[in-house]
Design a protein around this ligand. Structure first.
Ligand code: 5AD
Ligand code: SF4
Length: 440
């Protein structure tokens, strides 16, 4: 053992899957005596857990690596690692472009991180971007206690949908579902450690088809089984594909009180022509009918989505169709992105929309989405809603948590310790990104 514990700094880019992976990497390194630090200047090891989904996200990794150069010059023993989807996609190429990188670990190989770090200490520069055959999460150490009442739990990885714009099927591979028994065991351990809310994660989470009693289980059945865990109060899942919203999952939204009334269901475009070019295998009308069925099961459900502006071939009329769809659904929140050609994807070689046109469309999408989000926030005023408190707020006596609908809620309760408690709150005021309320 060394005298002082070594320090690890992790920067996470991109999706919630990466947030979960970063936590598991921190735990794997924690078992080796590494402590997390927010400050890269005091770190012995810096890990960038990267995202390849859009060009900007991937290029940011290289500029961030450039920014680490002075740290490495000041401390030659500093180890720099690149993990995640850029690592998976580019492998050893990262070291050729950025020789200061000491290790490259693809998203499937985090269990190998401790031995790879040990190799860097011997002066080696390990790279591992293989897809293993085992359940990679089983190879990681058990999750330690934490004081947070919420946790992510990966149940599914990879994607078989091959949307024409998306790198995920290439970076995260084919769809794999973890067996029910392992998910249940991990969930039970989390709950025993004080977790009250679990978000089930997967790139295509509602395509879940894990091995359970009597055959493959869908996500609806898994949710119902998880809901039986005493002490687990809330279940969420993300991200879903419209074509995988099975009947029993929709029913679970009506029948299972622990399944929270918030659903992120990306549609990407409101134009049938573009949906076809995107290889989505559904129309705008299919999506709207699906939303109706989900709302019939759970009328108060809050919906969210992703939209892409300027996909190759998108006309003004196609863009208007996206705006129409947004108006027809009425989202509580949504994300929109400017199309970014990704190497190796079918759309990458198609002739694109002019950049200024895509920018203008993106702004229009964002303005409409923002207006809907503000309206949804305002509509909360006067309502009573469950809030799971996660941490003290910035003001003295203040606590912050998330509503059933995933909105940030602040309350003032100087006399109480609300950390980790689920309480009923009356919403008294709304702001664009948060709500204020009082305990009932
Ligand atoms: N360009 C722009 N947005 C993209 N997304 C995925 N790939 C691309 C791309 N090439 C968006 C989709 C997806 C979200 C996670 O990122 O909207 O749902
Ligand atoms: Fe980015 Fe997709 Fe990888 Fe998540 S899975 S890090 S969103 S490329």
């Amino acid at each position: 053992m060394t005298d002082a514990p070594k320090k690890l700094h992790i920067k996470t880019y991109g999706c919630q899957m990466n947030v979960y992976d970063s936590e598991r990497m921190a735990e794997a390194m924690g078992a080796q005596g590494y402590q997390l630090t927010d400050d890269p200047a005091e770190a012995d090891m810096v890990l960038l857990n990267t995202c390849h989904i859009r060009e900007k996200a991937a290029e940011k990794v290289y500029s961030d690596l450039g920014r680490l150069r002075p740290f490495k010059e000041a401390k030659p023993d500093l180890k720099i690692g690149v993990a995640g989807c850029v690592a998976q996609a580019e492998g050893a190429e990262i070291m050729r472009r950025m020789p200061l990188v000491d290790l490259v670990v693809g998203s499937q190989n985090y269990h190998r991180l401790p031995e790879m770090v040990a190799a860097t200490e011997r002066g080696e520069k390990p790279v591992d971007t293989e897809f293993p055959t085992e359940d990679r999460f089983e190879l990681l150490p058990e999750r330690p206690a934490s004081n947070r009442p919420t946790a992510f739990l990966t149940v599914q990885e990879g994607c078989d949908k091959f949307c024409a714009f998306c790198v995920v099927p290439y970076t995260r591979g084919a769809e794999i579902s973890r067996p029910v028994a392992r998910i249940m065991a991990e969930a039970e351990k989390l709950v025993a450690k004080g977790v009250k809310e679990i978000t089930l994660l997967g790139q295509n989470v509602n395509g879940y088809h894990g091995e359970g009693q009597g055959g493959a289980w869908g996500l609806g059945r898994l949710v119902r089984e998880l809901a039986r865990i005493e002490g687990l109060e809330r279940i969420r899942y993300t991200t879903s594909h419209p074509n995988d919203m099975a009947d029993d999952l929709i029913e679970a939204h009506g029948a299972e009180a622990k399944l929270m009334p918030y659903l992120h269901l990306p549609v990407q475009s409101g134009s049938d022509r573009i949906l076809k070019l995107m290889n989505r295998h559904h129309t705008a009308e299919d999506y709207l009918r699906l939303i109706e069925r989900i709302r019939a099961a759970r009328p108060d459900i809050m919906l969210s989505s992703d939209f892409i502006a300027g996909f190759p071939g998108e006309s003004d009329a196609d863009h208007q169709a996206s705006l129409d769809l947004i108006r027809a659904v009425g989202y509580g929140a949504a994300f929109s992105f400017k199309y970014s050609p990704r190497p190796g994807t079918p759309a990458a070689n198609r002739e694109g929309v002019a950049s200024e046109v895509a920018d203008a469309r993106l702004q229009e999408l964002q303005a409409l989405i923002t207006a809907q989000q503000h309206a949804a926030q305002e509509a909360m005023v006067g309502r009573e809603v469950g809030v799971l408190f996660e941490k003290p707020g910035r003001l003295p006596g203040q606590w912050v948590g998330k509503s059933d609908y995933l909105q940030a809620v602040h309350v003032s309760a100087p006399a109480e310790n609300l950390q980790g408690t689920l309480r009923k709150v009356r919403i008294t005021a709304s702001a664009p990104n948060s709500l204020a309320g009082e305990l009932l």
